[in-house]
Structure formats: C-alpha cells, structure tokens
Design a protein. Sequence first.
Lengths: 225, 419
Amino acid sequence: MINDHILERIAHCVEFGKSDLKSPYPPDLKGQEGAQELTRAALDMGIDPGLILSAGLVKGMERIGAKFRANQVFVPHVLMSAKAMTAAMEHLKPLFLSGEVKRRGTFVIGTVAGDLHDIGKNIVAMMVEGGGWEVLNLGVDVRDGQFMDAVNSFPGCIIGLSALLTTTMVSMEKTTRAIKEINPTTRVLIGGAPVTEEFCESIGADFYTPYPQDAVDYINRLVPL
Amino acid sequence: MNSKEAFTATLAHTTPGRIVIDFGATPVTGIHVLVIKKLRAYYGLPDKPVKVTEPYQMLGEVDQELMEILGVDVLGLSPRTNIFGFENSGWKGFKAWWGQEVMVPEMFITKTESNGDLLLYPEGNTSVAPSGRMPSTGFFFDAIIRQKPFEEAMLKVDDNLEEFKPITEEDLAYWDRQVKNISRSNKGIIANFGGTALGDIALVPAPFLLNPKGIRDISEWYMSSLVRPDFMKELFDRQTDIAIDNLKRLYGVVGNKIDVVYMCGNDFGTQQSTFCDVQTFGELYLPYYRKMNDWIHRHTEWKTFKHSCGAVETLIESFIEAGFDVLNPVQVNATGMDPYHLKKKYGDRIVFWGGGVDTQKVLAFGTPGDVKKQVTRLCSVFAEGGGFVFNTVHNIQANVPVENVAAMVETLRKLNGLN
C-alpha cells in the first residue's frame, strides 16, 4: 500500500513535470519532493527498481504522452515531464548498467543527415526511455554509417529516424534503405513534420506516427515486458 | 489597378480583380538561392551569381527581371543588419557546396569543420564562437545554441533584453534611404523593422549577438512559459515599450510610405497542434502584441503581419483579437487548417498571406499538374472577396523542382488573365 502510494507520487511528478524539491513547477507542488527525491526514497524503501520504472516513470510518461496526443497538453509540458523523468533516471541508471533492472531493448534514434532539428526527436527519445527502453540518442545530422554501426553493435535494436525538412527526407530514405540492406529485420520508425504514412511505405520503413506515444506503444507491442 | 492599388485593396478585404502576389518580400515568403538560379535559366535570363539576401535560410534575391516574370506585387524592406548581425553590403563571391556561385555580404565569413559543416559568425567576428551551422549536406544554416549554464535565482531579464534597444540614428538614416529608394515604386511595401517579435524561436538563440546571455536554449525557452512566466511577461512588457518608442521614431522617418509591418515570426504551431493553449497565449503574448498593434493602428496607416507556422487554427481568433491584420504562411496541410473553414470563419477579419500551395508535399514532391490543380483550387477559396496575398506555404526550398515553380507561376498568370 505504501509502495503503491510512493509509486503513484512518482508517476504524478513525471506526468506533471515536477523534477525535484527545488523546482517551482507545477505551482501546486511547490516546496514538495519531486521525481528525483521520491525515486531515491523508493529505492531506499527497498522497492524493486523494475517496479519503480514500470509503475512510476513509465506510467507518468504514458499519461503525459496520451494527453499530448489528445492536444490537452503542449510541447512545454512534455519537456517538463521528460526533465522530471531524467531526474529520476539518474538513480535508476546505475542499476540498469549493473543488470539489476532489465529494460525492453535498445532504441537508437537520430535526426538524419543534413538536418539539425532535434526537439521532436528528443521528445520521442525521452518518451521511449520513459517507456522502459535503453535509448541511444545519436544526435542530429547523423550519417548512415553511424546508424549502421549501432545496428551492428546492438543486435535487435530498433531505429528511429527524424526529419523536419523536406530537403532531408531524402536522407531518411537513404538511411532506411541502408539499414534494411544490412539487416532487413531491423525495425525502422520515422517521424517529423513533413513525414507521412505514404512516405513511410514508399521508403520501406516500418512505422510512422505523428504522436510520440504511438511510437512507444508500437515498440512495446514488439517487445512486451 | 497597379500593384500597389491591388495590394492595398486586398489588404482592405475588397476585391482587387486579380490575385496579388508576393515572392521574396519577407524572410518567410522567399525563394532559396538555388531555385532562383534554376528559375533564371528556365526563363532564359542571363546566368549570374545570385545575391543571398537572407543568409540564415540562404534566400536569393528576386531581382527586377524575375519580379516581372513572377508577377510580384510586393517589395520588402529588410533591417540594416541581418540575422547574423552584419550588413548586406560589400558583396563578394562564394561557392556553395552544391556547386553554385553566389554573392554574399563581405562579413559572411565562414570556417569549415573537419566533417564539412560550414560555420558562420555573429557580425562576421571569428574571434567569438560561431552562431550558425550549415551541415555538409544541408541547404541553409541553423542557429548554434550558445546557452551558458545559469542559476535560476541569478536570471536577469536584461540579459534577454540585450537585442532590444532604442533605434540608432544610423538605423533611422538607413530607413530614410530605404523609403527614398522605393519612392517611385508602384508596388506594395512591407517593412521588417525588427524588435517587434515576442519570443520568436528563431531569434531566441540570438545568432546576431557576439556573446548572448540569459535563456538562449530553445527547449529551455519553451519550458520558461511554464516555469518562469513572470520573467517572460516582464521581458515582453519592457520589449514592447522599447518597440513602440522605436516605431514612433520610424514613423517619423517612413510615414505612410510603407503599407505593412512584419511584426513577428514566432511559430505557435506544430504539424498537429499548438505550442500553448488559448488561455496561455492570452496571458503571455496577447496583451503585448495588442499594445504594439494598437499603437500602429492609432497612429499610422500600416497593417501588421504575423507569421506562425503550423496548426494554429485555435489561435487565429486570438491573433485577430491581438490586432494582427495579416496571417502567414497559412499552413493548409496542418491539422485543422482547412482552407474553406479558414476563409469562411476568419476571411473577412484577417488577410491570408500564403497558403497558395502546400510546400511539404505538393510543391516539393508533386507533379506540375498537381501544382496547377492545387494553386487553382486554393486561389479560388482564398481570393474570393479579397483578403489574400498569394505565396507558397513558407519559403520555396532548394529541392523544389523548377518545373513545379513554373507551373505555379503559369497558373497564377492564367488566373490573372495574362499570357
């Protein structure tokens, strides 16, 4: 019961973007502990870190993702939630590395060659991480070779490609084809303002969505916990 | 009706009898320098290194010859210094990575990184960190984020106010020359004075400042609307007062020789939604926009121009309430931005400047036939009863086939009864 309570508080902090005690946002939680302190406390109480991830962070990110998809919240809210999740993750990351907590798999994400835009890509990266995945964020202007190195280094990884510009959609196609050539079973998700379902099909990518939470749902279906 | 008369008629929501056209008058209605080169060749104009009039997005000059061919009705006046803080003067040759010889301002001083990226410097000053980066396969620059670590308690509004200053005598003399230069023009005039944009996300990183302080990171700026709204309000409040003082002095120089002021390019829309809700817009932005727009409408004959990409249908009522006369780029393929709906609901209260053809799909990847069909359809929707200036949805990018641009121009000529 006590466990449920603290896990729900963590989920609430992530959903509403309350990072830590110092954070003035949201105003109704001012002066209270945030995701960072509560995660530390949950670990100290001996709660299974996997449960903190699934019943705390994942739940909070799922809620904000669903609200974002329904246009009930906006980019700044999602950024705040991601910040809160990142603050909590600081305590869980050592346990991921030691193997104490298992994650679903590795998600490799980057903005394609020629494109420097990263807000949408980072939102997806953080929501996927909040969905219980290890995320390798390759950054912006990522060349084919870097994605292919990741495919080789992380067998079974899933790839996410982002592009904001019509001029760089061509890079998205090139990278997708290059990945599929070395490993046809690697799943490739694509997204970004000018990207469409039709384009996704035409370049042989596996999934397109305009909503980050749909991307999380899709890869979670591929690799259930 | 000459261009100016047709332009002012459409701004007044009366029928000018033809489609009024802009290509190149603003930094959001322009044409990439590579497409300008291709257009010149397509129309048999002499090949020449095209001037890069806006280096951030590598927009090219639509010169007199091309203007005539494209049927342009509007001229744009730009600020004395560009987004990298240097003047568009002292032109010199420059070869872009895609092989095109262009003309750039003398302070367009670059360095190439080992990976082929091109770096550009504020004020052309290479002793400070670069503020712009063009990827080795990219067609324009993006701002390099130069956010310094900060303590919340130490944040000062003055740091984000650095770029908003009283207008200088040098700038006033520049604007005096600008309006004298266009005194014989029979085209409509839009002026971009600068200083009136509130939180424009392209300007927050301040690629024009040598050493920007305050909040300059884009994500941090977005989060500021939640975490530190009072900081933003104070910034906008003080910025608005400076802007109005500057507008008073500018009006003293340019009078009513200009028709429209380019006020703000801050994007409030994503492809699917907005960056904030109506209530937040109403509290954070609207009062300051309205103060500037009200001053302009009370004291001048100028109209005011608001640019915002994306799915902003839910905010258009607020834009109108804030006093904007013109909305651009009217992203007709974004969620909720149905042209029929926009025209019916808002068309008699705000001028749609843009929305003539979708640039994310049709113009970039469609056939000339697709372009003709869409331009015809959208013009028939938007131009009815006036209140429409034709432009594509945002700038024409480097990858747009010249045949598609020509199909658009041909359709416009046909609609305007020209051969």
